[in-house]
Design a protein. Structure first.
Length: 255
């Protein structure tokens, strides 16, 4: 497999949900040693995907369809219950608000921390620091603890770090929708630049028009299964037809 490629083979993911969880410490102690009553909840079933280096791949589906879980599996945050995923190359991810940040550290310290987690030296991150600060637009707040940041500041700094560590694979959940329109436009422009450099990008979004515009291919997840896979325009059209016929307005052509 070449750098930037992602291979998903027969992947399923199960979460075990405990029913009737104890509501107090006393109840938990009384139940200690007893067999727990659990439900097996399959978030993903039998997923197969091949994403080529340099591709711009999108994931769509209703809330709870498994999109974000699949992205977390690709990022090696979760492990599959069955099957395997191979993602080759330096992988950078922006998955949820504040992910990868330590709240008590400053923005600058978190930049160094994220770089270290990706195998980059302090010198390399220092070289990129001004570019990260400029792109994020947080100015002097870079030296304040991130726990005082607004949600928009979290997202701007997180994206700035994710795209400035020279990733071969970039995973982006719909968290960028938290930013304002100007920042979203800058994000899209920067992802275009990364794509031209050969970076593989996997994007989760509810913006159908955006998915059709940016992505080469799209996968449609429905209740944990891959219902359609192919040309972005065709798959998005199929999904919108399904949404409209079901009377579901959760996905629109605009944010």
């Amino acid at each position: 497999m070449s750098p930037g490629s992602i291979q998903v083979r027969d992947v399923s993911k199960r979460f075990r949900l405990e029913r009737n969880r104890p509501s107090s410490l006393k109840e938990a102690i009384l139940r200690a040693g007893k067999k727990k009553d659990v439900d097996n909840f399959w978030v993903l079933r039998d997923i197969n995907l091949d994403i080529e280096p340099g591709a711009f791949f999108g994931l769509i589906g209703h809330n709870g369809s498994g999109k974000s879980t699949l992205l977390r599996l690709m990022a090696n945050i979760h492990t599959p219950t069955t099957g395997e995923i191979d993602a080759v190359g330096r992988l950078s991810a922006l998955l949820e608000l504040g992910s990868g940040f330590h709240p008590d550290l400053t923005g600058r310290e978190n930049v160094y921390l994220n770089g270290a987690m990706l195998g980059l030296s302090r010198k390399q991150m220092t070289h990129s620091m001004e570019q990260i600060i400029d792109f994020s637009g947080i100015g002097e707040f870079i030296d304040e603890p991130v726990k005082i940041y607004s949600s928009g500041m979290y997202v701007r700094l997180g994206f700035a770090v994710a795209v400035n560590v020279d990733p071969e694979i970039l995973l982006v959940d719909e968290v960028i929708a938290v930013g304002d329109e100007e920042f979203q436009r800058r994000c899209m422009d920067h992802m275009h630049q990364l794509r031209e450099k050969g970076t593989t990008i996997v994007l989760v979004s509810h913006n159908a028009a955006l998915m059709s515009q940016l992505c080469d291919r799209v996968g449609w997840l429905d209740h944990g299964r891959l219902r359609a896979l192919g040309d972005a325009g065709e798959v998005v059209s199929q999904y919108l037809d399904h949404v409209n016929s079901a009377g579901d307005n959760t996905l629109t052509t605009r944010d």
